[in-house]
Structure formats: C-alpha cells, structure tokens
Ligand binder design. Structure first.
Ligand code: SF4
Ligand code: SF4
Length: 466
C-alpha cells in the first residue's frame, strides 16, 4: 500500500518559487555533481554542438535545417518543402508530438531534464557561468545579500556581460535557422542601416534570451511551458519518473552518533532539496509538476547513501507502482497502442518523404480556347503549364506526349526551371485527328530533364470526334 507522505498533499497547492504573498522566491540550487550529471554534460555537449553547427551544415548544397517562416520555405536535411508539401510536414509534426507523448507516458520527462534547450542552456551554460564566477549556492546567496563592494560589482558585471554575449550568440543562431546563414552574414557585414529589420530581430532575441536565462529561469518550466503543465494528464503510476522510495526512506530522521537507528534510510539531510533547480522536495511524492527529471537529486542522494553505508537508489528512476506495490515495470496496453499509432505515423511520414517528387507540374487547358484543326490532318489544343522546382539546381525541361502520337510545341521561350523556383509557360499539343476516337480524351504528358522523366501529368484533349 502506498504511504502518503504529506497529509493532505498541500505542497501541490503552491509552487516553490512563489511565496504566500505572490512574490518570487529566488532559487540558489547547489552545484550538482555525480555520474548522471556527468552523462548530462556529455549529452548537452553533443546537442549544443549540433545546435550551433546546424545552420552551417549543408546537405545537397542546402542548409541541413531552415525554418524560413516569412518566405514559407522549410528545409529538412537538404530537402526543400514548399507550402504544397504542407501535409507531409503536418504528418511529421503529428508523429513528433505523439513521439513526445509516448515518451512521456513511458519514460516520464526525459525530454525536460536531458534534451530540452531551455534546460540545456539554463543548467549547462548559464548556471555553470554563474557557479564559475560567483561560486556555489551559499556564496551566491551571500553575494546577493552583501553591499555593493568592488568584488560584487566586478562579479555581477562579468556574469551579466557573459550572459548577454551568450544570449547574442544564441540569438544569431536562432536567426540563422530562420533566414539562413548567408542572409545573417549580410546583416553582420552590410552595416546596420541596410538591415534595420534584421538588426531589430537580433536585439529583440538577445533581450528575450537574456531575460529568460538571467531572470525568468525555472519559471519557464513551471509557469509557461505547456508541455510541463500537461504532465498530470500524461503520466500515470506506470510511468518512469525520478521518484523517492518512501517505503525504504520513511520514517525519515537525522543521523545521530551512538544511537541505534530505527528510522528509514532517509537521513533528512535536505541535500536533494538544495540541489533541485526548481526548488521542490522530491520526497513529497512522485510526479510533481515542477520536477523536470534532471536527476540531480539522484546523484546527490546516492553520494549521501555512500557516506552512510546504505545502498544507492533511495531516489531513483522508477514507477510509482513499483515503489508502492513493489511490482516490476510493465509495458501496458496504453503504451502498446501508442507505439502502434506511432509506428503507423512514422511509416506514413517516411513513405511520403521517399515518394515525394522534386518537381511539381500543373497542366491546364487555356481557358476559353477550344481546339484547332490543321491542314496536315492534326488537331491542336493550347495549354498553360506551371512547374515548381524543389531542388537546388536549374533544370531546362522538355515536354513529350506519352500517351499518343503527336508533338508538343512550347510557345515563345524554352522552359527553364530556376533552382528552388517556379516557371510558367504555354504550349500546344498536336495530335493526328485519326488518333482521336472521341471528342474529349485523356492525354499524358511527360516532363523531361535531358533524357530523364521527372514528372508526368494527365490532362484533357478536345477534338472534333469521329
Ligand atoms: S538526499 Fe536522500 S537522504 Fe538526504 S534528504 Fe534527500 S532523500 Fe533523504
Ligand atoms: S526533484 Fe530531482 S529530478 Fe526533479 S527537478 Fe528536482 S532535482 Fe531534478
């Protein structure tokens, strides 16, 4: 049977960073250390490298990732997606959301603690700058309380200067993902007057990032982030989360010399609370909305257990059920059905990606035109063609009739598809009258680049009939 630790659970009525008068409680989390923190560092180095190098990486001569919202152009791994490909992006986005939900149901908030850019920048970049300049939590607290001495002035100036510099770098990277690294270089090299909009965006993003990481901090996770606030709906007793084993730890009690211990394994040292970046006490119960599953409390509690010669894992990654009922972890029906839907969605997304054509052709009969008969015994129809090139190379194209004998004559210029662009043209399709059995027939037209057929399109051909 599960043991309630706090009767009633009043800790869920308030958040740790706001006092009873509604004022912000500034947190000074202790500097984490331990095996899991070391792993988190490695993960964050890999992700930060990926994030900052992303705009410079090219696939097929195109950026690896580009989210050009103003021009409605998106590039993923060198593939350009136009508004016409919106449904592919939509399926990809749905698969991604479901992936996050499934992951949360099964593995809790691994995303929040280990992968989310907010946590990575806050805990692995800004917080570490703070520890480096101001020292660990007690020193930070003392510095904030101290009068404005020379030491305090230089430490605060150094810290905030570095914060602004890092925010500026993040803002540049963010902008490079939107407008592309070449456009960003122009903003930097052309001078401010030529790109006031771009410069304004840079200043704005820098200000926002600085504000979030220097002041707003963990409030993003506990107050703003919709994913964080949805935890209560997604998690259940079989989800893996960072959890305190109250069956083993309670009743908690301080460690006293020369006393036979009758309490549980928790020595009530408060280290797990002091290290928590969101200021909560994990011992209040699992699945607290503020817990981002960063695992810092696991590391510190393991080190305490080592000190008092108790087995590690008083705080560990476990399900609520496994702690309360000592049951092993199970792959539930809900997890199975989520996995099935996820596999179907990923399959559909992959199929759409693989079968997506790089050239889109639209051929329509020119409005208001019927057909013409020639002295040679042929019939002609006039068409308008629109071609979209999703590749990064210019393509001269030719048109051929695939379904009938006959020819195609492009009016005026040749059709040349600009890279990542669109071209329009007008052409005649000419078919021998003897080949036309009905007044209206379907014809198939092939779009060729050199000898390579790159798109086929079916359209209507009108004739006198027989
Ligand atoms: S760190 Fe471990 S032993 Fe110390 S208070 Fe937290 S749960 Fe108890
Ligand atoms: S309770 Fe533990 S895992 Fe959760 S946020 Fe605090 S330190 Fe991280």
């Amino acid at each position: 049977m599960s043991t309630l630790l706090t009767e009633p659970e009043t800790f869920r009525d308030t958040i740790s960073t706001v006092d009873k008068d509604g004022k912000r409680v500034w947190l000074y989390p202790k500097k984490p250390s331990g095996k899991l923190y070391q792993y988190r560092k490695y993960v964050s180095y890999a992700l930060l490298t990926l994030l900052f190098s992303g705009p410079f990486m090219k696939v097929n001569g195109l950026p690896m990732l580009l989210f050009n919202i103003p021009e409605r152009k998106f590039i993923f791994f060198g593939m350009i997606f136009w508004p016409q490909d919106f449904f592919i992006l939509l399926i990809g986005f749905m698969a991604f959301i479901l992936f996050i939900i499934l992951f949360t149901v099964v593995y809790g908030r691994v995303w929040c603690g280990w992968v989310c850019p907010q946590t990575i920048f806050m805990e692995m970049v800004f917080r570490r700058i703070e520890y480096w300049i101001e020292g660990d939590a007690p020193k930070q607290k003392a510095l904030d309380k101290a009068p404005w001495t020379t030491e305090k002035i230089w430490k605060k100036t150094a810290k905030h200067t570095l914060f602004v510099a890092v925010s500026f770098v993040i803002a540049n990277t963010f902008l490079a993902y939107i407008i592309g690294v070449e456009e960003l270089q122009k903003i930097v090299t052309d001078g401010p007057a030529a790109h006031t909009g771009g410069l304004f965006s840079l200043v704005l993003f820098t200000g926002v990032f600085y504000g979030v990481f220097a002041r707003f901090r963990e409030q993003v996770c506990t107050i703003v982030c919709p994913y964080g606030r949805l935890q209560g709906v997604m998690l259940d007793k079989q989800s893996l989360t960072v959890a305190y084993d109250y069956e083993r730890g309670e009743p908690r009690g301080k460690l006293r010399k020369n006393q036979v211990r009758t309490e549980g394994d928790c020595i009530d040292c408060h280290q797990c609370v002091q290290v928590c970046p969101t200021g909560i006490d994990i011992r209040n119960g699992a699945q607290q909305m503020e817990c981002i599953n960063c695992t810092a409390c696991i590391d510190i509690c393991n080190s305490i257990m080592d000190l008092v010669n108790k087995p590690q894992g008083l705080i560990r990654i476990a399900t609520e059920e496994s702690i309360a009922e000592k049951k092993p972890w199970r792959f539930t029906t809900r997890m199975k059905s989520y996995t099935f839907v996820l596999v179907v969605l990923i399959g559909a997304f992959a199929t759409l990606l693989i079968t997506r054509s790089n050239i889109d052709a639209t051929i329509l009969r020119t409005p208001g035109m019927l057909y013409q008969q020639t002295d040679k015994g042929t019939v002609t129809n006039l068409y308008n063609i629109t071609l979209i090139n999703k590749t990064d190379e210019e393509l001269p194209v030719t048109l051929k009739l695939l379904s009938n004998k006959g020819t195609i004559k492009v009016v005026r210029n040749e059709l040349v598809l600009p890279k990542q662009g669109l071209t329009e043209g007008v052409f005649f399709a000419e078919i021998p009258k003897s080949d036309l059995k009905t007044a209206s027939s379907q014809i198939e037209i092939g779009v060729y680049s050199g000898d390579k057929l790159i798109a086929t399109e079916t359209t209507k051909f009108l004739g006198p009939g027989n």
